[in-house]
Design a protein. Structure first.
Length: 173
């Protein structure tokens, strides 16, 4: 004679596998989403910090120094893209896809690279508290495209173009 308690165990066979299968898809969606969007935030933060570092470097340079200033501009572009002052062809950028052509620098010597900015926006800007004027420098990254890994279940397109990321600082000289 069989025990009546063994019948429910037969009916329960495979239930754990079915429950795991039902939970696997949402867990994969969450896991892959965390990976993709974590990378996105990491790249964005890296680009923001590189722009800030480049602006800080240019803010200490004098646009009137016709010898040193073009060198400082070149160094700032390299700093924003590669994290070093000197560029070479074999370096990897701070984030994949970041190029020197993405970097735009505007100051009192030129605003040609910053769409929508005029010389009045960066040269002899009135501070508003009657203490005088100051000069500004703008370092901007435009057109940087973040490429997703293409992990399944995330719903992300293959890439995302960041809005312009910029840093504006007072030019001390």
């Amino acid at each position: 004679m069989r025990h009546s308690s063994s019948i429910p165990y037969r009916r329960q066979r495979g239930v754990a596998s079915v429950e795991f299968a039902l939970l696997l898809v949402p867990l994969l969606i969450i896991g892959f989403g965390v990976i993709e969007y974590g990378r996105l935030l990491y790249h964005y933060d890296t680009v923001v910090k590189s722009v800030r570092s480049a602006a800080r470097l240019i803010a200490q340079a004098n646009p009137d120094d016709l010898y040193r200033y073009p060198i400082a501009l070149s160094e700032a572009r390299c700093l924003a893209v590669y994290g070093v002052l000197q560029c070479n062809q074999n370096q990897d950028p701070l984030v994949p896809g970041l190029k020197l052509s993405h970097i735009k620098i505007c100051d009192r010597s030129s605003v040609a690279e910053c769409d929508g900015w005029t010389l009045r926006d960066v040269k002899n800007v009135v501070t508003g508290n009657d203490t005088g004027t100051l000069n500004l420098v703008v370092v901007r990254i435009t057109g940087y495209e973040f490429s997703f890994l293409g992990l399944p279940f995330t719903g992300a397109d293959s890439s995302l173009v960041f809005q312009p990321i910029q840093s504006v600082m007072r030019q001390g000289l």
